[in-house]
Design a protein around this ligand. Structure first.
Ligand code: SF4
Length: 131
């Protein structure tokens, strides 16, 4: 069963999309060129200026859901996607997230990621040996 904060998160995401669509309808030449994408709401750090690490669980967009959203014509001119969180490397399906972004966006020129890089290369907990 969805918790109140999960419903709030979904509502916020939907509101943002609607707001961007409205702006695009008013100014058809105003399609977004860059997107900062929060793919997780949990973290393995405890920075004092941030509360994300206090979240006990995170309801995250799946690669399939992301693909559906990014297929909207609104994103047809998107050139750069920055992946952030929380801590993106905590997601085991991070490669699928990037694959979806790359495969779905026709105008994409680059991707990036904001990470705290706490996961170690040889750590058993690390999801990606190449990070
Ligand atoms: S690394 Fe980033 S997301 Fe994690 S606690 Fe620090 S500021 Fe927050």
């Amino acid at each position: 069963m969805l918790k109140k904060k999960d419903i709030r998160h979904i509502y916020d995401s939907y509101s943002q999309l609607r707001k961007m669509k409205r702006v695009n309808e008013l100014r058809p030449d105003s399609k977004p060129k860059a997107l900062n994408l929060n793919i997780i709401d949990s973290c393995n750090s405890k920075c004092t200026m941030c509360n994300i690490w206090k979240n006990e669980e995170s309801v995250d967009i799946t690669p399939e859901e992301l693909g559906l959203i990014l297929s909207d014509p609104l994103y047809s001119e998107l050139q750069h996607v920055g992946v952030t969180g929380g801590e993106p490397t905590l997601r085991e399906d991070l490669p699928d997230i990037y694959r979806t972004i790359i495969d779905t966006l026709p105008s994409l020129k680059g991707v990036s990621m904001i990470t705290n890089a706490i996961e170690e290369r040889d750590s058993k907990k690390s999801n990606y040996g190449y990070l």
